[in-house]
Ligand binder design. Sequence first.
Ligand SMILES: NC(=O)c1ccc[n+]([C@@H]2O[C@H](COP(=O)([O-])OP(=O)(O)OC[C@H]3O[C@@H](n4cnc5c(N)ncnc54)[C@H](OP(=O)(O)O)[C@@H]3O)[C@@H](O)[C@H]2O)c1
Length: 275
Amino acid sequence: MTSSNILFLGAGRMGGAILRGWARSADIGEGVCVVDPTPGVAAGFAEKLGVLGIQSISELPLDYRADALVLAVKPQMIEQALPPLVPFLSQSGVIISIAAGFSIERIQALSRTGQPVVRTMPNLAAEVGLSATVAVASGEVADTHRELANSIMESVGSLRWVDDEELLHAVTAISGSSPAYVFALAEALAAAAEPLGLSKELGQDLAIDTILGAAALMKENRDPADLRRQVCSPGGTTLAALEVLQGSPGLNELIMDTANACVKRSRELAEIKGK
Ligand SMILES: NC(=O)c1ccc[n+]([C@@H]2O[C@H](COP(=O)([O-])OP(=O)(O)OC[C@H]3O[C@@H](n4cnc5c(N)ncnc54)[C@H](OP(=O)(O)O)[C@@H]3O)[C@@H](O)[C@H]2O)c1
């Protein structure tokens, strides 16, 4: 059972997925407090996980001191929601944020100068325990804080660390936003199935199962290029298909443009929000 006091601010889609994942992988208990204004949400977690569940921080016991705060509200809520929590967070308490586009500098400005902050970028697959998450730590983050962040975020998938916060724009393009690229690929395969005589439903089922199978193969083999070469026999059907997909301009150029557009938008949003 974790003996630390850990406060979850926001238990919606992502915060809820992390709570459920963490509860599956660790023995979390009474020191964990979930704050979420949506009626029934915090109470539901209190009932299922034995944590303290409240709708507002005004219900927090005055002597509650969090060793860590998991910031899982929408970015636009942070300015309003974070400052009143600071008295309930210990001076060396770490803030683990999953808020997209909200910088460490801004989090520290709303909490305390020198507050340790771990900023993470998970993706939607956290809901099924398969997020590809990347984290970056402020200079104040200690090994114990990193271990806690590992324990929480690895409960919903993989976690990798980078040293430069600026790289989170690229991470957004490669893993944060990219589940949608894969959904678009499945849609395109299903759409191509119809003119070829398959029903849209069958096309979609085949596309989803194929993406799952290909992902499992890549997870075993690690090198997608090897797998692609193995499956392309000379004069065969797959090679004929890939000559189109990887022609020029082809998939590589399209994905490069896609990722560049994502990075550009991510930078613009950070500037609008006042990085
Ligand atoms: N979803 C993704 O794929 C994804 C990926 C990467 C990062 N993220 C980040 O994850 C964060 C959460 O996103 P989400 O999709 O989980 O949003 P969400 O489902 O809307 O969850 C946010 C939760 O926070 C609650 N909340 C609002 N104000 C609060 C306050 N003052 N105190 C405590 N709780 C409060 C909301 O309640 P109400 O609905 O009642 O306001 C809601 O239940 C965002 O910062 C987002 O950038 C999400």
